[in-house]
Write a protein that binds this ligand. Sequence first.
Ligand code: SAM
Length: 264
Amino acid sequence: MKEIEKNKIAWQKLSKDHYHHFKNRLSQEDQLLNEHIIKELGNIKNKSLIHLQCNTGADTISLSRLGLSKVVGVDLVEENIFYANQLKDDFHLKNISFIASDVLELSKIHQDQYDIVFTSEGVLGWLPDLDKWAKVVKSLLKDDGYFYIYDSHPFLHIFDEEMLAKGELKAVYDYFNAPADKAYEIGGYASKTQHSENYWWNHSLSDIINALIKQGLQIEYIHEFDTLFWNNGNMEEVKAGLFRYPQLKNKFPMSYSIKAKKIK
Ligand SMILES: C[S@@+](CC[C@H](N)C(=O)[O-])C[C@H]1O[C@@H](n2cnc3c(N)ncnc32)[C@H](O)[C@@H]1O
């Protein structure tokens, strides 16, 4: 698919910067996962986990530091996987491996099953087809295993980000049946911004939940938060890595999490 190929080229331009940024952070901080994720995952010691859209593996390493028995990271971009393996070697980790694949095509090359399928922070918008995605998620789960996601809230993405940072709510993008949004800049959160055509799909919360339900997964919870995992400008850092517009405290869903189980 043309859009996925463009996204691959775009993300690849950030790989090296991300590697250096996250190597530096992981040398100084034990955990890069935010408080919501840590709290909601709870005790995952000795579980196996696959991390979808793992970028250069920084969160995969944070997850492994929670005591998992086996961790596998998957990302579209070969350069991300190259640097993820580099990070793994930098921190002398043994129980992690990485796979380069479009998550939507993963079942063609990988059939292992896991206790936990995990994905977080800037993920679903890069995927054009949630039904295909949910099918892959289900196929990766052992019976009684669970899926966990923490991501930005689709309601947030209907607003112009620059105006939001100035305190103005202007709805410019679609919430329902949103077409691919074509952009020309990418990155900036752990790298320099790069000029590169890329495509993003805003999926409504009901589309996300229904894709999981259609696969027979049982939703255990959905949580919504008024904090976001990047600073969009003029936000306050409420907890490590979690930001909020002070004037929108309790008023605006910025991120969400879902836990869904595969029942035998
Ligand atoms: C914002 S980053 C996610 C970072 C994440 N918070 C982490 O470090 O764990 C989005 C990632 O999705 C990946 N990606 C985009 N489209 C993908 C696809 N179709 N299949 C697999 N990975 C994809 C990109 O290469 C990028 O690394």
